[in-house]
Ligand binder design. Structure first.
Ligand code: HAM
Length: 437
C-alpha cells in the first residue's frame, strides 16, 4: 500500500511493532512505551506524587516569560501561531504550564507542599537528529511550596528511582548551584566584562549569547572558547553564603541516600527560570544528545508569572525518547507485546455466529480472545493464530456445535483437552492462568 502522506520530520509514529526511523534509530513499540509509563506512574505513586495534566496549547506569553525571552527555546524553537487575537504555542516544556495551573487554581490552598507529576508530549522546532525531535515526550515532577534542600534531594531521588526501576544504570548525575538571580546578575556582568575583549574570537552563536545571555557561553563545545573560559571568573565565587549552605545540604542528603554525583560549575541549563540547584542526568549510550533528564530549583518563576507571594519550587523533566535510546544502548530487557490468550477458529456460517457471540462473552469474563472477522478458510485462520502467537487455539465446526464441546489445543506442546461449552470460561481461565504463572 502506498500513500502520499508522511509524518512530519522530527515526529514519529508509535506502532504495535518496533521499527527504525529514517536515521536508523529504533522506535520502540507501544507495549514498551506503556511499560515505561506504567513504571513511571508506579514510582511516582510510591513517592507520593499526584498527577497533573495541562493542555498542549498554552498562551505564547506564558512560555516567553516563563522560559525566558533570551533562551533558544523562545528565540527559535517555538511552534507558535495566532488565531483571532489569541497567541498560541505548542508547549515546549511543562514546568511553566504547571506553575500557571497551580496559581490559576490556587492549589496552595489544598495545604502543605504540592507534589505533582506529569507525562506527555512537548514541541520544539529544533533540527531533528538522533535523540532530538520536534515532538517528543517528557515525564517529570514539580514540587511547589518547599524551599528545603530535602525537596531538591527528593526530586533527584525520584528520577534515580525511575531509572533503577527500569533497569538503567551507568548514569552520570551532574550538579551545580546558580545561587540567587541577584548574585547571578553580578556574575553575568563579570563574565561579559571578561569575554568582551575576546569577542572577535568567539563563534557567531557565542557572540550572540554574549549580548543576550552570556551564561549560556559556559555550555560551549568549541575548544578555543573552552580554553578562554578557563581563566574566566567562576560562578561559584559569586554565589552567596545562604545559597552555598543550601547546596551543601543538598549534597549531604544525596550522599546520605547513596546517590553519586559530580559537581559541574558550568552546568547552567538552557531555561532562564533556574535559581540555586541545577542538575542533569546523562547516559554514555546517548551520544551527542547526552542529557536524559534535567532540572533544578526555580524559586522566582511563580512571581514572574504573576504570583503576589513567592512559591519556592523544584523539579525535573526526562525525555522518553532518550530513555529508550539509553535502554537500547544498555540492552535492558523489556516486555514483549501482549498476545491473545486464545484464538478461536470457526468453520461454517453457524459456527462463525457462535464464535462471534462466545468470543464477546469470554472477553467480558476477562480473557484476551482473538478470532477472524473475515470468514476466511480454516488454513488462513490457523496462520493468523500463529502470527498472533496465541498459546491456545480452538476450532469450532458443526460437530462441536452438535456435541456442545470442543478441543482446546496448547500450541507449543500440542496437548489437547476436551471442554464442554458450559465450562469454557472456567477452563480457559484456568489454563491461561497456569500458562502465565
Ligand atoms: P529540558 O532540559 O529543556 O528541561 O528538557 C528535559 C529533557 O527533555 C531533556 O533532558 C531531554 O531528555 C528531553 N528533551 C528536550 N528537548 C528534546 C527534544 N527536542 N527531543 C527529545 N528530547 C528532548 C525542561 O524542559 C524543564 N522543564 C525541566 C524542569 C522541570 N525543570 C524544573 N522542573
Amino acid at each position: 500500500m502506498s500513500t502520499s502522506f508522511q509524518n512530519i520530520r522530527g515526529t514519529f509514529d508509535i506502532l504495535p511493532d518496533a521499527y527504525s526511523d529514517d536515521g536508523g534509530t529504533r522506535i520502540a513499540p507501544s507495549a514498551e512505551w506503556r511499560h515505561v509509563e506504567t513504571t513511571v506512574r508506579d514510582v511516582m505513586r510510591r513517592h507520593n506524587f499526584e498527577e497533573i495534566r495541562t493542555p498542549i496549547l498554552e498562551p505564547t506569553e506564558l512560555v516567553a516569560r516563563g522560559v525566558g525571552e533570551s533562551t533558544d527555546i523562545v528565540q527559535k524553537e517555538m511552534f507558535a501561531f495566532e488565531r483571532g487575537d489569541t497567541q498560541y504555542v505548542l508547549r515546549p516544556e511543562i514546568t511553566a504550564p504547571v506553575v500557571r495551573s497551580f496559581l490559576q487554581h490556587h492549589l496552595a490552598q489544598r495545604g502543605g507542599v504540592q507534589k505533582l507529576f506529569y507525562l506527555g508530549p512537548c514541541f520544539r522546532a529544533e533540527k531533528p537528529q538522533k535523540g532530538r525531535y520536534r515532538q517528543f515526550h517528557q515525564f517529570g515532577i514539580e514540587i511547589l511550596g518547599a524551599d528545603e534542600a530535602r525537596a531538591d534531594a527528593e526530586t533527584i531521588a525520584v528520577l534515580m528511582a525511575i531509572c533503577e526501576a527500569l533497569g538503567l544504570s551507568d548514569l552520570d548525575l551532574r550538579l551545580n548551584t546558580l545561587g540567587t538571580p541577584e548574585r547571578r546578575a553580578e556574575y553575568v556582568e563579570a563574565l561579559r566584562g571578561y569575554l568582551e575583549p575576546y569577542s572577535d574570537e568567539l563563534s557567531e552563536t557565542s557572540q550572540r549569547r554574549l549580548e543576550r545571555n552570556p551564561l549560556r557561553i559556559l555550555d560551549t563545545k568549541v575548544e578555543h572558547e573552552q580554553k578562554l573560559l578557563r581563566d574566566a571568573p567562576q560562578l561559584i565565587e559569586f554565589v552567596g553564603e545562604e545559597s552555598l549552605a543550601h547546596y551543601d545540604e543538598v549534597k549531604g542528603l544525596l550522599a546520605d541516600l547513596g546517590i553519586e554525583y559530580e559537581e559541574d560549575p558550568r552546568l547552567v541549563r538552557g531555561l532562564d527560570y533556574y535559581t540555586e540547584t541545577t542538575f542533569e542526568l546523562e547516559h554514555p549510550g546517548l551520544g551527542a544528545q547526552s542529557a536524559l533528564a534535567g532540572g533544578g530549583r526555580y524559586d522566582r518563576l511563580a512571581e514572574v508569572l504573576g504570583s503576589d507571594a513567592p512559591v519556592p519550587a523544584v523539579g525535573f523533566a526526562a525525555g522518553m525518547e532518550r530513555l529508550f535510546l539509553a535502554l537500547d544502548a544498555a540492552a535492558v530487557d523489556r516486555p514483549e507485546s501482549p498476545t491473545p490468550d486464545v484464538f478461536i477458529a470457526a468453520l461454517g456460517d453457524e459456527a462463525e455466529q457462535w464464535v462471534f457471540r462466545t468470543t464477546q462473552e469470554l472477553r467480558t469474563a476477562g480473557l484476551h480472545v482473538a478470532h477472524d472477522l473475515k470468514g476466511r478458510s480454516l488454513k488462513a485462520q490457523m496462520k493468523e493464530a500463529n502470527r498472533q502467537n496465541a498459546p491456545y487455539t480452538m476450532i469450532i465446526g458443526g460437530n462441536e456445535l452438535e456435541a456442545g464441546a470442543a478441543t482446546v489445543k496448547e500450541m507449543e506442546s500440542g496437548a489437547q483437552e476436551e471442554v464442554g461449552f458450559s465450562e469454557l470460561t472456567e477452563v480457559l481461565g484456568r489454563l491461561v492462568e497456569a500458562q502465565k504463572g
